[in-house]
Design a protein around this ligand. Sequence first.
Ligand code: ZN
Length: 191
Amino acid sequence: MTDALLVIDMLNDFVTGEIAAERAERIVPTLERLLPAARDHGVPVVYANDAHLPEDFELAVWGEHAMKGTEGAEVIGALAPEKGDHVFEKRTYDAFYGTGLDEHLRSLGVDRLVLTGLHTNMCVRHASASAFFRGYDLVVPVDAVDAFTETDHRRGLAYLEEVYGATVTTADDLVAEWEAADARAETEAAE
Ligand code: ZN
């Protein structure tokens, strides 16, 4: 399996701004560990960020948020993209729709997508659907995604498991898996 780590909508407006969820800050410490671990293990870190234009359909539901070019649409400082990361702007719930994300993941040889960020039952779910339709395996660290309420979060997770066959894990277990894979590769290289 070749993984990529997708970070969805960890933006100022989602964490502290226009449509802030109180629970969004709970996953920040997990992501502060998980993102550097991914980079250390050669797992591409890919951001899918709302960058809305005034015409976007979604604004009728949510009002203005994460408008393209504003501070609200920037990734929170603690999780800012680093050199070598990849950033995609999106105009819907779906990280794949009209963004070029699929082509990018394929060029990297990715066949398993790790989904993190906000919200378990909305953008994470829609990115999962699109990834599933395109043949990717899905992994969701339960402590690296969240939603507005515990019920939304739990229902979102259950849906990902039932409908897309997503593997639900934890950030620590996932990092342990990357470490084991690296150790195996080193042993094989030494033989
Ligand atoms: Zn949006």
